[in-house]
Design a protein around this ligand. Structure first.
Ligand code: GAL
Length: 789
C-alpha cells in the first residue's frame, strides 16, 4: 500500500536528521539515509550504547551486509557461501516540541533479514524473527524533544532459507507522522465485488483510529480519483463517534460508471483518497491505489481476467539482483520487470515469500499477474521453530499489507511442504487452518499451494487452486480424477518434462507445450526466471538455470519461451556444445549447453556441430557464408527448434524466418576476432538525484569489425566519479570468485553489466570503464536531477 505525501520538508544535519513538520496532515518520511552499521559477534549488545560510533560504517538503505563479504566455503551453497552473522544499525534524528505535539509517530521497516530487534532511545520495541514481513512500531510514547536514536539488530545465525536471502535492513524504512485521529498503516481495504464494462461496485472499509485520550466525533469520506487525477465519485461524509484509544471499521460503497478495467495490456489504476475530518478540518488524507478487474480460475477454462481467457506465462523469482544482493533499489526491480514484460512474461510468482510493497506497486502499474507467497515449508526447515508462534502474524501481515494490489490473484500459503507427504492428517489440518484463516480475512482471492513430487492429493486438495511443481503429467491424470478443481503449474522446468511417477524421465518435449495445449491449465511459472544467488554447489555461488542471467541478459536458450510468449516473429541461432564454459547447475533444471556463438577451437574444424534455430516463424532458411543450407518447416520439429548439422568452419551463419512468403525475422552469428573495442551502453543518461536511482551500463567487447568477441574475455574495471557511486559489476557467470561486490571482473561471453547509483546532489556522474589490453577507456556521463520520478 502506498501513501502519497502531502509535503515533505527534510533538513539533513550530518547524521542527525531534523524533521520539520508544518501543517501537513500526514508525513511519510523516507528513513533510508544516514545510518551507521557494524558487524559484531552475537554476544555484543549495543542496544543502550553504540560505543565508538565513529568506527561504524556509514550506510544507506536498502542495505545487505552479506553481499560485501568474502565467500566462505563452510557457509554452505544454500546461502551462496556467504556467512551468517549479526549486524547492528544506528540512526539519530531530531524532533522539536511542535513536531511531537498531538501526533502519532511510527517507524515502518519494509523488511529486515532476520531475527530483528528494534530499540528507540534504548527502549526495546520488539523482536521479529521473520525476514520478509514489514514491521511497524509505535514510537510516540518514547520520543523526546531533540535527539532520538533508533537501534536495530539483525541476526542470520541459527538457520536460513534454502537460497540466498541476504542480511540486514534490506528494504526501505519510513517514519510515519500523523494526527492522533488517523487511518493506521494498511488501514484501507478496497474490493470490487461486481465488475462489468458498464459499471463497477467498489467497497471500501476504512479503519479509523483514535490514539488520543478523548472521545471524538470524526467524519470519513472516500473519494475515487482516476489515474490522471480526476475526481470520479465520492461517498457521503460518514460521521462517527470514536472513544479514546479505540479504532473502528467503517464500510462504504461506491459505483463507478464505465470503469477503465485493470488488465495486463492496459493496467489502469484508480486511487482511493480517504479523508478524515474533525469538525470542518481535514486531519488525515490517505491514498490507496487500486484497480478494477474481475477474475476467476475455472476448472475447464483456466484463468479468466475480465471475462477473457488468459494463459499465465509466469516466472518464479527470488528477490536478489546480482551484486546488489537483496538490497535492491526500486529501479533495479523496475528494470527487471521492463525486460520481462518485453520478453512476453505476464506473471510473477514471488517465490517463496512476500516481496516489497514497491515491487507489487510496479506489477500493478506495469500489468503483471502475481502470486503472493507466504512460506517455503512450514514445520520443516528454518521456519519450523517459529511456525506455531508466528505463522498467523506473518501471514496476516502479507495479506493485510498487500490486499489492495490488483496484480495479486492468488494467495499462496506455502511451497513444497514436508507435510504434503504425510499419510496422517496433520498436513491436511495445517493447510486447512491456514486456508481458512486467509479466507476469513481476505475472501476475494483463492488460496494456492505448490505441491512437490509425491504429494498426497488430500493435502493439495485443500487449496482452491492447486499448484503443481514439475508435475504436468500427473496433473493431466489428476484433472480426470478431480474435474472440479482448478490447476496451475507453479514450477515448470525450462527444458525437460517428466512422466507420471518419474519426474526424472528427462523427456525433451518442453513442459510449456503441455501448459499451452490444455485449456484447463491456468498457466505455468518457469523455475526460474532469473538466476539467483545461493542454491548452489561450489564453485557456483548462484543458480545458473534461469532464462535470464544476473545481468538480465536473455540467454540464447531462452528464445524458446520468447517464441511461445511473444507474437513478434523471431528466429535465434543457438549452437549446442557440451564443452561451452557454463556452470551446469542442478540436473533436472539444466538445459543442453547452447550459445549464440561460432567461435570454437582449432581442433573443431570439420566437426559436425548441432545448430539450432529457435523460432515462431513458419519456416526458416539457413545460410553459411551466403550459401543456402536448406529451408525447413518449424512444424516438422518439436519445441519450435529446427535442428541443423553443420561442419565447423570459421564464417557466418544466417537464419531467415518466413511467415508465408514474407521475411519476418533474421539472426546472424559470425566468428569473431580478438577484442579491440570496448563498447558501453547506458540504459538512461538522466536519472534522479534522489540517492536511490540507478543507471545500468552494458559492457561489450567487440572485434575490429564490431562483432561481439565472446571468447577473448578481458578484465573490466569500473570507476565512478562525481554525484554517484558504484553499485556493482556482474557478468552473468555464477562462478564468482572471492566476493560479489567488486569493481573488477572479467567479461563472460564478451559481456558485463555495471550499476551506478545517484547521490542526493544534482549534477553529473562520470563512469570510467577500462578493459585489460584495450588502450582507450570508455567514459560515460550521466546527469542527475532533482525531479522525482
Ligand atoms: C523446487 C523448489 C524451488 C527450488 C527448485 C530447484 O522443488 O520448490 O524452491 O528449490 O526446486 O531449484
Amino acid at each position: 500500500m502506498r501513501v502519497i505525501l502531502v509535503t515533505v520538508i527534510f533538513v539533513i544535519l550530518n547524521i542527525v536528521s531534523h524533521l520539520v513538520l508544518a501543517a501537513e496532515v500526514r508525513i511519510r518520511q523516507n528513513f533510508d539515509f544516514d545510518w551507521k552499521f557494524t558487524l559484531s559477534d552475537n554476544n555484543v549488545d549495543y542496544s543502550q550504547d553504540p560505543g565508538e560510533i565513529s568506527k561504524w560504517a556509514d550506510v544507506q538503505l536498502p542495505h545487505d551486509w552479506n553481499i560485501y563479504q568474502d565467500f566462505v566455503r563452510e557457509a554452505g551453497g544454500a546461502a551462496g557461501y556467504l556467512p551468517a552473522g549479526t549486524g547492528w544499525y544506528f540512526k539519530e534524528f531530531s524532533l522539536s516540541d511542535r513536531e511531537l505535539k498531538d501526533r502519532k509517530i511510527t517507524i515502518l521497516f519494509d523488511g529486515i533479514f532476520m531475527q530483528s530487534d528494534v530499540w528507540i532511545n534504548g527502549f526495546h520495541l520488539g523482536h521479529r524473527p521473520y525476514g520478509y514481513c514489514s514491521i511497524e512500531y509505535d514510537l510516540t510514547p518514547h520520543l523526546k524533544k531533540g535527539r532520538n536514536v533508533v537501534t536495530v539488530r539483525a541476526n542470520t545465525e541459527g538457520g536460513r532459507p534454502r537460497w540466498y536471502a541476504g542480511a540486514g535492513i534490506y528494504r526501505h524504512v519510513w517514519l510515519n507522522i500523523m494526527n492522533k485521529i488517523h487511518v493506521p498503516t494498511y488501514g484501507i481495504y478496497v474490493t470490487t465485488p461486481q465488475v462489468s464494462e458498464h459499471s463497477a461496485l467498489v467497497n471500501v472499509v476504512t479503519t479509523l483510529e483514535n490514539s488520543s485520550n478523548k472521545t471524538v466525533e470524526a467524519s470519513v469520506q472516500n473519494i475515487v480519483v482516476s489515474y490522471d487525477g480526476k475526481e470520479i465519485t465520492k461517498t457521503k461524509r460518514m460521521k462517527q463517534s470514536l472513544n479514546a484509544n479505540d479504532s473502528i471499521n467503517i464500510c462504504q460503497s461506491l459505483t463507478i460508471q464505465n470503469p477503465e478495467l485493470w488488465s495486463i495490456d492496459n493496467p489502469k489504476l484508480y486511487s482511493m483518497v480517504t479523508e478524515i475530518r474533525l469538525g470542518g478540518t481535514v486531519v488525515d488524507r490517505y491514498e490507496t491505489p487500486f484497480g478494477i478487474r474481475s477474475f476467476k480460475f475455472d476448472p475447464d477454462k483456466g484463468f479468466i481476467l475480465n471475462n477473457k481467457r488468459i494463459k499465465i506465462k509466469g516466472m518464479c523469482l527470488h528477490m536478489d539482483d546480482g551484486s546488489r544482493g537483496v538490497a535492491v533499489p526500486d529501479r533495479g526491480y523496475e528494470r527487471r520487470l521492463e525486460i520481462l514484460k518485453e520478453y512476453g512474461c505476464n506473471a510473477i510468482r514471488c517465490s517463496h515469500n512476500q516481496p516489497s510493497s514497491e515491487f507489487l506497486d510496479m506489477c500493478d502499474r506495469m500489468g503483471f499477474i502475481v502470486i503472493d507467497e507466504a512460506f517455503d515449508k512450514w514445520k520443516s526447515g528454518y521456519y519450523e521453530k517459529y511456525f506455531d508462534e508466528w505463522w498467523r502474524r506473518d501471514l496476516e501481515n502479507m495479506i493485510v499489507r498487500d490486499r489492495n494490489h490488483p496484480s495479486i490473484v492468488l494467495w499462496s500459503i506455502g511451497n513444497e511442504l514436508q507435510e504434503a507427504w504425510n499419510d496422517d492428517n496433520v498436513g491436511v489440518e495445517r493447510a486447512t487452518m491456514l486456508r481458512d484463516f486467509v479466507h476469513s480475512i481476505e475472501p476475494t482471492r483463492p488460496v494456492n499451494l505448490a505441491g512437490q513430487n509425491g504429494h498426497k492429493s488430500k493435502f493439495s486438495g485443500v487449496a482452491d487452486v492447486i499448484g503443481y511443481n514439475y508435475l504436468e503429467a500427473r496433473m493431466l491424470s489428476d484433472h480426470k480424477k478431480f474435474p472440479d478443481k482448478s490447476f496451475l503449474i507453479t514450477e515448470e522446468l525450462p527444458y525437460y518434462h517428466g512422466e507420471e511417477g518419474n519426474i526424472r524421465a528427462y523427456s525433451t518435449y518442453n513442459p510449456w507445450n503441455i501448459v499451452r495445449d490444455y485449456d484447463f491449465i491456468a498457466g505455468g511459472f518457469i523455475w526460474t526466471g532469473v538466476d539467483h544467488i545461493g542454491e548452489s554447489s561450489w564453485p557456483d555461488k548462484g543458480y545458473p538455470n534461469g532464462l535470464f542471467d544476473m545481468c538480465m541478459h536473455e540467454k540464447p536458450r531462452a528464445a524458446y519461451h520468447r517464441s511461445q510468449w511473444n507474437d513478434t516473429p523471431i528466429v535465434r541461432i543457438a549452437v549446442y556444445d557440451n564443452n561451452l564454459d557454463m556452470a551446469h547447475g542442478r540436473d533436472l533444471w539444466q538445459w543442453p549447453k547452447m550459445a549464440s556463438i561460432w567461435n570454437f577451437p582449432q581442433h573443431y574444424e570439420g566437426m559436425i556441430m548441432q545448430v539450432n534455430t529457435i523460432t515462431n516463424c513458419d519456416e526458416v532458411e539457413l545460410y553459411f557464408d551466403g550459401k543456402l543450407m536448406g529451408r525447413n518447416k518449424t512444424s516438422d520439429y518439436p519445441n519450435n527448434t529446427i535442428v541443423w548439422n553443420l561442419p565447423y568452419k570459421k564464417g557466418t551463419i544466417k537464419a531467415i524466418g518466413y511467415n508465408a512468403k514474407n521475411i519476418v525475422a533474421e539472426h546472424e552469428i559470425k566468428t569473431s576476432q580478438k577484442a579491440e573495442i570496448l563498447q558501453t551502453i547506458v540504459d538512461r543518461t538522466t536519472i534522479s538525484a534522489d540517492g536511490q536511482d540507478l543507471a545500468y551500463i552494458d559492457i561489450s567487447l567487440l572485434d575490429k569489425d564490431g562483432i561481439l568477441s565472446q571468447t577473448d574475455n578481458r578484465n573490466i574495471n569500473v570507476y565512478v566519479e562525481g554525484n554517484g557511486r558504484f553499485l556493482g559489476l556482474d557478468n552473468g557467470d555464477v562462478r564468482r570468485e572471492k566476493t560479489f561486490f567488486r569493481n573488477s571482473l572479467p567479461t563472460y561471453f564478451g559481456r558485463a553489466l555495471a550499476c551506478v547509483q545517484a547521490s542526493r546532489t544534482a549534477g553529473k556522474i562520470k563512469v570510467i570503464v577500462t578493459a585489460e589490453g584495450i588502450a582507450t577507456p570508455s567514459i560515460i556521463e550521466i546527469s542527475t536531477n532533482q525531479s522525482t520520478r
